[in-house]
Design a protein around this ligand. Sequence first.
Ligand code: C5P
Length: 235
Amino acid sequence: MKAPIILATDTSDLEIAKQWARLVAPHITGIKLGLEFFLNFGAEGVRAVCADHELDLFLDLKLHDIPNTVGQAAAAVAGLRPRFLTVHASGGQAMIAAAAKELPATEVTAVTILTSLDEPDLIEIGYRSNALDSAVGLAKLAISAGAKAIVCSPMEVAAIRTAIGSKPAIITPGVRPIDASAPLDDQVRTMTPLAAIQAGASYVVIGRPITRFWNQGEAAFKANLAQICEPLLDR
Ligand code: C5P
């Protein structure tokens, strides 16, 4: 059994990304490759990282444009067979539906509210509700338009799970294993991976708590990974 973790592959070094994929593949569910990676290495880079590993691809491109453009962009990555492809929920129903139509085998994954935005930012942009209510509303809209998964902050998982039911996947970044000595990096309101799963998340995205061990060698990387996976396997 694999832990419900998706590795945030935040590196601009293709070789390192390939090594990380090789090491985590037996233990965790998926690998997240984002816009920076895609712009640096393209579809070929994605194929290189995913080749020969049983890892689900979480292609985090956060598409947001008119429906036709997003539909065509989604079609352009169909050959990579992403399990998840992200779009911004605020792009609206028609845009989400256009992506879902092009990729029936992919879980079109709607990003609700970026956690980098605080409440004053949301008012400035024009949102009428607070972050939690806006995220719940966007999640419901996205699912009704054909999204099969939602990305949200761990603080919003429970409310969104209640709102959308048990079927859609909920994926959350911003989690940190319990380890008083480990830095929070730039994450602020964090939850442990287990607490996020218990609140209703299907998968947690974890980056630096795993990847920072890379410089300490393969044995240390694997030992730390096992420690992070353990509470999620032991449920
Ligand atoms: O290293 P860390 O575990 O903080 O990585 C989390 C990953 O999730 C990063 O790739 C980051 O960009 C992404 N993310 C996040 N918070 C969000 C949305 C995405 O940390 N609200």
